[in-house]
Design a protein around this ligand. Structure first.
Ligand code: HEC
Ligand code: HEC
Length: 197
């Protein structure tokens, strides 16, 4: 099924849910937004920084504090804007929702950009590659494709297992062993190709 369409249903569904809640229920309901890999304030990278403090303050209101490693540096500004849309909408439903001032927005975005992962640059590498379809299917539901050169080849097994647990947490189809192997081999191949060794 089309992922964009699925997302749209998710967003509309959550908005419908919240728009039906009364103020007291709102507090209970909104904390139900489950995002995988959420952190507590002290687990954030560079936890003492201003950016981390602002992220914890504003981004933990409706769900757990998201890991800044959940999106690529180049995707974060757009993801951030989407969250501001939620916040503006929901601030109308509850006066308790705090929204950051312009200066604070800049601080949060630059913190996210600094700590996000490096995305795979737009490249023809994956185009027309039949194996790539499977990898995209399993790996692009939540975030952009990561550039595999930023981790040693032996790390990918662990990362893919962790990602599979997030798929499970969200009720998505889990990768079986042969799916996982195919994804890991593909990433390790691209890594080698990009690094030239
Ligand atoms: C007013 C409530 C609200 C606030 C405040 C909020 N979010 Fe969200 N967030 C949501 C809702 C609702 C969803 C689920 C729907 C969706 O994915 O858009 C969500 C989902 C997410 C997701 C998972 C989906 C995705 O796009 O990757 C991430 C990551 C996220 N939020 C990050 C943030 C960050 C960063 C901030 C602070 C700048 C923030 N949120 C502040 C309501 C909020
Ligand atoms: C269900 C959502 C989801 C899916 C599907 C998903 N990821 Fe992730 N990904 C996350 C979250 C949440 C984080 C941040 C938390 C973390 O790193 O554990 C993340 C972070 C990452 C990172 C950065 C890790 C780090 O330590 O810096 C990489 C690389 C990554 N994902 C690769 C993948 C690959 C490869 C796949 C496909 C096998 C995949 N992801 C599928 C949710 C997902």
């Amino acid at each position: 099924m089309n992922i964009k369409f699925l997302r749209l249903i998710m967003v509309l569904g959550s908005l419908f849910y919240f728009s039906n809640s009364t103020a007291g229920e709102w507090e209970k309901g909104i904390k139900r937004v489950a995002i995988p890999g959420g952190l507590t304030a002290d687990q954030l990278p560079d936890a003492q920084s201003k950016g981390a403090a602002l992220l914890a303050l504003y981004c933990g209101q409706c769900h757990k504090i998201p890991s800044p490693r959940m999106h690529s540096t180049s995707d974060w500004p757009m993801r951030f804007e989407k969250m501001m849309d939620h916040a503006m909408l929901m601030a109308g439903a509850s006066p308790d929702v705090k929204t950051p001032a312009d200066k604070e927005k800049k601080e949060i975005v630059s913190y996210l950009e600094k700590n996000g992962f490096r995305g795979l640059p737009a490249t023809s590498l994956l185009r027309g590659e039949p194996k790539a379809f499977n990898v995209m299917w399993f790996c692009s539901a939540c975030h952009a494709m990561p550039d595999p050169t930023q981790f040693p080849a032996k790390e990918w097994g662990k990362i893919v297992d962790r990602m599979n647990s997030y798929r499970k947490e969200q009720g998505r189809e889990e990768m079986n062993d042969s799916d996982k192997r195919a994804v890991i081999n593909f990433l390790v191949d691209i890594r080698m190709y990009l690094k030239g060794n």
